[in-house]
Design a protein around this ligand. Structure first.
Ligand code: PFF
Length: 452
């Protein structure tokens, strides 16, 4: 492979790559989804299984994505084709990249709608509309937001423009600058909120809820949710990490870098749980409230607490920043592809793609109002897109990436790029050939054929 750098440029340092990839990984999955699925699945034992999934399946697949991207220094489709060709494999492996880009487009369309909800809640917290509100009224307020397409459209449009602007500005001026500002802000906000949670009196209960490993509570279904989520949270299976990896410098060690990203992502999810559950417990609320945990239970809790309004604003700003840095990474693989294959200017490619995803987002936000009777397999557009991407397309992408790295790429190339040998390389190779694909295939099978 002769390319020294991607035509899009490269990250200024190994740390910038770590922070940009962590920005992609840390998102609504960590702060919204992880706490509520932990709540729904009984806490501690679920957390332990989730950690095992990150380490045994997520990290090895992430290493494969980074090495494929960095070896070819191209967008996911071309990278897979080039790496396949080098090992005398079929160019059809590029199709995994195509499916990945499609997943990114579909995820963006509902992700930016939720991003819009978050922006709305920043406003609601700022104006103090929810202080002292009851649970019923908070539930009704969230329901009213979902039923109001014009408000949703405004926020969805603003969130989409924020993402398009960053991606259009390019790797260094756009994504890198955003990363340099937003990631430290995210970590600081999270620590402030953790400190606040510690003062609420519910901290011990929150801690025990997350770290008391009571295996009697663990169900087979919960283990499957943990594996599925480890994929979504690390942004795997859709080429994002491959595209970001193509901008990584050659001297950085892939193994150590990926471990740092996995550790930071996990830390943020755990700290988010430790910030949220004490607030929930100290206000006598239910940790298993599901998706409404963040948009209904938390505003009620903040509305009853000293300085609740201030910390409520900070909390939703934190979620907004996390969602923003993830959403930009959903666009990058396709933008890189359009620029590299069709010689489009970056701004043209980003705005063109942006209009498509924004339009798809309208179908998602309409799922709760004017398009509520449009269903696919009994689900509205929003739920359907969430379901097929997270439960089918990302795991499938993950299986194929693992199989490709394990069976198609010649060991000498993988060893060279990963700069690994001996037992460590054999473990990684074993994971690519067997552990990761089999684990993901089992999840996929049971998600599609629920046992109960
Ligand atoms: N990892 C993000 C989260 O946890 O919210 C979601 C995501 C972003 C998935 C980017 C996939 C992706 F390519």
């Amino acid at each position: 492979m002769k390319n020294k750098t991607s035509i899009q440029g490269s990250w200024a340092s190994r740390w910038i790559f770590i922070l940009a990839a962590t920005g992609s990984a840390v998102g609504l999955g960590n702060i919204w989804k992880f706490p509520y699925i932990t709540g729904e699945n009984g806490g501690g034992a679920f957390v332990l299984v989730y950690l095992a999934c990150i380490l045994l399946v997520g990290i090895p697949i992430m290493m494969a994505e980074v090495f494929i991207g960095r070896r070819a220094r191209k967008n996911p489709i071309d990278a897979l084709e080039d790496v396949a060709e080098e090992s005398e494999g079929s160019k059809s492996w590029g199709l995994i990249g195509l499916m990945g880009m499609l997943s990114g487009i579909l995820i963006f369309s509902f992700y930016s709608v939720v991003g819009g909800w978050v922006l709305h809640y920043i406003k609601v917290m700022l104006t103090g509309e929810m202080s002292g509100i009851s649970s019923d009224d908070a539930g009704a307020a969230f329901g009213a937001l979902l039923a109001d397409p014009s408000t949703l459209l405004g926020w969805h449009t603003l969130f989409s423009i924020m993402c398009i602007a960053v991606v259009a500005a390019g790797i260094n001026k756009g994504i890198e600058t955003a990363t340099r500002i937003m990631m430290p802000a995210l970590f600081i906000l999270l620590i402030i909120l953790l400190g606040y949670a510690m003062t609420t009196g519910g901290f011990a209960q929150g801690w025990n809820f997350m770290f008391e490993f009571d295996f009697s509570k663990l169900t087979w279904g919960a283990a499957l949710v943990a594996l599925g989520h480890s994929f979504f949270t690390l942004s795997l299976g859709m080429g994002t990490i491959m595209a970001y990896g193509s901008y990584m410098t050659k001297d950085a060690s892939i193994g150590k870098t990926v471990l740092a990203i996995g550790a930071l992502d996990t830390l943020v999810a755990l700290v988010a749980g430790l910030a949220i559950f004490p607030i929930i417990f100290s206000n006598g609320m239910d940790p298993a409230a599901g998706p409404g945990l963040m948009f209904i239970s938390l505003p009620v809790a903040f509305g009853q607490m000293p300085f609740g309004q201030l910390f409520g604003v900070l909390f939703f700003v934190l979620v907004g920043v996390a969602a923003w840095t993830s959403a930009i990474s959903l666009l990058e693989p396709t933008v890189a592809f359009l620029v590299e294959r069709f010689n489009l200017k970056r701004i043209t490619a980003t705005v063109g793609l942006g209009i498509v995803v924004w339009g798809l987002g309208i179908a998602c936000l309409g799922s709760f109002s004017f398009m509520s009777d449009v269903t696919f397999f009994g689900k509205n557009t929003f739920d359907f897109l969430d379901y097929i991407t997270a439960n089918i397309m990302l795991p499938l992408g993950g299986i194929f990436i693992a199989l490709f790295a394990g069976w198609v790429v010649k060991n000498k190339f993988a060893q060279e790029e990963l700069n690994m040998s001996g037992v460590l390389f054999s473990l990684w190779n074993l994971s690519m050939k067997f552990t990761a694909p089999i684990a993901v295939a089992v999840v996929l099978y049971f998600l599609l054929n629920p046992m109960s």
